[in-house]
Write a protein that binds this ligand. Sequence first.
Ligand code: AMP
Length: 112
Amino acid sequence: MSCIFCEILKGNLGCHKLYEDESVLAFKDVNPKAPVHFLVIPKEHINSVEAILPENMDIISRIFNVINKLAKDLNLSNGFRIVNNCGEDGGQTVPHMHFHILGGRSMAWPPG
Ligand code: AMP
C-alpha cells in the first residue's frame, strides 16, 4: 500500500522540511490550521499510535524531543498544541503515525 508520508521520506514528493535526523522528519503541513502547523513523523512506517509496542516506543521520546526543539526554534513560547489523530474515529487520514504541532494563535477546547 502506498503511503504519502513514505513517498516524502523517499524523496518522491516534496515537503517544506523543518528538521531531519536518522529516525524523525518534521515538515510543514500543506493545509495549515494555524499560523504555525507542522507534522513530526517517524521515518519507520508505523500506522498509528495503536501500533506502538515496547519494541518501537523509543521513537515517541525522539519525536517529543524534536517537538520541543522546534517549538523553541519557532518561538512558540506562549504555548502550542500537539494533536495525534488515531484511526477512523480519531480523524486520521494519513495512515503513517504523525503528530501535529499547532501554534501562533490561541486554541479552542474541546476540539470538534
Ligand atoms: P491526519 O488527518 O491527522 O491524518 O493529518 C494528515 C495531515 O497531513 C493533514 O493535516 C494534511 O494537510 C497533511 N498532509 C497531507 N499530505 C501532505 C503533504 N504532501 N505535505 C504536507 N502535509 C500533508
